[in-house]
Design a protein around this ligand. Structure first.
Ligand code: PLP
Length: 365
């Protein structure tokens, strides 16, 4: 039986890169804000009105440097949703701050300004990192308003939401272009904000913190620059993105219909149908154990993953995180969430096989 992998990255092919690689040969400029990285940033910026963009090595460093560039005192309290990928937590820890986890909205699976307001009313919150759970965008205008009203800086970890998430005026948004996200370029990321000063401080910190005017380091940064080779892949990925996004959207809609028809009692994240997504998750009917259902599918050569499991504060490294309010929605979602295979190589017969195997696994459970 042919194996159905969880994901297959959708990356530019060699022929799409050759011309760009020849440009690098001509320029003989390989990193440090080179011409391809600059062109990549300019093309990314076209997707966001009135916002500054800095390209970076990955999204985890984007989050770490956005935090560092805010100049928060050491051990500040950063509010995050408990339902997220571990990188949101590692970035906070490496920036020297404390985690405070909060619940998510049961429909979108994201931290909302309402939840953050309740947390900030009950205890000190120095900064918020909202997360576009599994690529579902958050409302940038609402988060801008939250930040303006409370004075609390807001960062959006939009790692998986390239193409879906807009920028804000006060808030900053970090994207990942890792091979497994919607638009992959191997490793890569960028940060965008209407606050151009914030983005320029991140750029400086991504180059060790070397001040572009006096060449001194006033605040120690790191090396988070995007090489020209990565920028070449990024430019090729951008050129094919509109077509790939359309395909992803159509595949996701067909998949959902097939799963709903084959399996009673599944629930789905409420996410904008016009979005393009890298992952496809279902909530199993109450009582069905994702680990057992996943093993059943694995025995039929179908790979699954419990994305964002366990919730952030249940990883040993983050056991000291504070908890704001109850985590009812987070725990309900993560105890039922199963990520199914989803990629552009998954054709309609493949989708039918996943749906029918899942139906049998649920019947057996
Ligand atoms: C993938 C992911 C990251 C990490 O992105 P990298 O570019 O791989 O560093 C961070 N946060 C979330 C929510 C993610 O899904």
């Amino acid at each position: 039986m042919q194996r159905i992998p969880l994901l297959i990255p959708d990356m530019p092919q060699t022929d799409e890169l050759i011309g760009l690689l020849r440009e690098i040969d001509q320029h003989r400029w390989y990193t440090n804000f080179g011409p391809l990285a600059k062109r990549f940033e300019a093309q990314l910026a076209e997707g966001f009105a009135d916002a500054a963009v800095v390209s970076l090595a990955n999204c985890t460093l984007a989050l770490e440097l956005l935090l560092a560039a805010r100049g928060l005192p050491p051990a500040s309290t950063i509010l995050v949703p408990a339902l997220t990928f571990v990188a949101t937590g590692t970035a906070i820890r490496r920036a020297g701050h404390r985690l405070l986890v909060a619940d998510v909205d049961p429909h979108s699976w994201t931290l909302t300004p309402e939840i953050a307001r309740a947390a900030a009313a009950a205890q000190r919150v120095d900064c918020v990192i909202a997360v576009t759970a599994l690529g579902c965008p958050v409302d940038a205008a609402q988060w801008d308003a939250f930040s303006a009203q409370t004075g609390i800086p807001v960062i959006v970890d939009a790692a998986g939401a390239f193409g879906n998430q807009g920028a804000g005026q006060r808030i900053a948004v970090a994207f990942s272009l890792h091979a497994t996200k919607t638009m992959g370029m191997g490793e890569g990321g960028f940060a965008v904000s209407g606050d151009a000063g914030w983005i320029e401080r991140v750029r400086c910190l991504s180059n060790f913190g070397i001040d572009p005017v006096d060449f001194k380091v006033h605040q120690a940064g790191t090396n988070a620059k995007l090489s020209e080779y990565h920028a070449a892949v990024g430019l090729a990925a951008l050129a094919r993105w509109p077509e790939r996004a359309t395909l992803r959207r159509a595949r996701a809609n067909a998949y959902r219909q097939r799963l709903q028809a084959a399996c009673a009692g599944l629930a789905f994240q409420q996410r904008p149908p016009e979005g393009a997504y890298a992952a496809f998750c279902v909530l199993l009917p109450p009582g069905a154990d994702p680990a057992r259902v996943g093993s059943h599918l694995a025995a039929e050569s179908i790979e699954t993953r419990r994305w964002y499991w366990p919730p952030l504060h249940l990883h040993p490294a983050f056991a000291d995180a504070g908890v704001a309010g109850t985590l009812d929605a987070t725990l309900a979602i993560s105890s039922r969430l199963l990520g199914l295979p989803f990629h552009l190589d998954l054709d309609l017969p493949g989708m039918d096989r996943v749906a029918q195997t899942l139906a049998r696994a649920l019947g057996a459970a």
